[in-house]
Write a protein that binds this ligand. Sequence first.
Ligand SMILES: NC(=O)c1ccc[n+]([C@@H]2O[C@H](COP(=O)([O-])OP(=O)(O)OC[C@H]3O[C@@H](n4cnc5c(N)ncnc54)[C@H](O)[C@@H]3O)[C@@H](O)[C@H]2O)c1
Length: 254
Amino acid sequence: MEIAGNCGVFVGGASGMCRATAMRFAEKGGKVAILDLEQSDGAKVAESLGGVFQPCNVMDYEGMEASIESAVNAIGGIHFMVNTAGGGVAQRTIKKDGSRHALEDFRRIIDLNLIASFNINSIAAQHMASNEPNENGERGVMINTASIAAFEGQIGQVAYTAAKGGIAAMTLTMARDLGTHGIRCMTIAPSLFDTGLTAGIPDEGALQLTKDAAFPKRMGRPDEFAVMAIAIFESAMMNGSTLRVDGGQRFAPR
Ligand SMILES: NC(=O)c1ccc[n+]([C@@H]2O[C@H](COP(=O)([O-])OP(=O)(O)OC[C@H]3O[C@@H](n4cnc5c(N)ncnc54)[C@H](O)[C@@H]3O)[C@@H](O)[C@H]2O)c1
């Protein structure tokens, strides 16, 4: 799809990989809505891109309907939706003290990553379905964020792995569901990226976590995610799969 003149909704767009994607989309002439937590830098980021900020919490499933609708009305449509809101918890299935992984923590991580992503996707797709198709029959593109932990989760990542694995697994099915509407659905699975989420990881920790990459052996940069997300939007053949953006990294068990 062409970016110029089209509209993008960026959930988690106040920071990191989604902000970098919104920046590239705006640079190429797209209209941008940043959706993020009220206390985030969303308003500042939106202003710098000539876009709008819509506060939201992806865990407020019903509230997301109104948030997305208001963003869509403000910028005049939705052709692109990128969602990076998410996160994990560090807990083993059986902890060192013999107690079990707290079920409520497992459920919270599934809710934040998997249920929230599906909810955002179904709302965004409903809006996109009423778009006029372009000359190739395309109405919109959605990108979710998994992690390479979806495929090789480290010790203590069981909830995160289950949630991100669910996002990766639903991608093809959702693309098939939405194919008749001309809506594409992709997932990006990053390795360790230098963003707000990882700001607390010390340099030695980052070295340890990137040592098994083929090349480059370093954290990814938010713009390296953005370049991929923009390529997905622009290429009509990108659909139904999860792309690793990881420098050839495979996580070791710890
Ligand atoms: N950074 C990494 O190393 C890495 C690696 C693999 C996967 N991921 C995934 O990427 C995503 C995080 O993106 P990032 O690394 O650019 O981090 P980031 O913290 O820079 O950006 C994430 C944005 O999401 C927003 N957000 C968080 N919870 C939200 C909620 N409940 N409602 C609305 N907005 C919310 C945050 O305010 C933030 O602006 C997560 O889904 C994470 O699992 C990150």
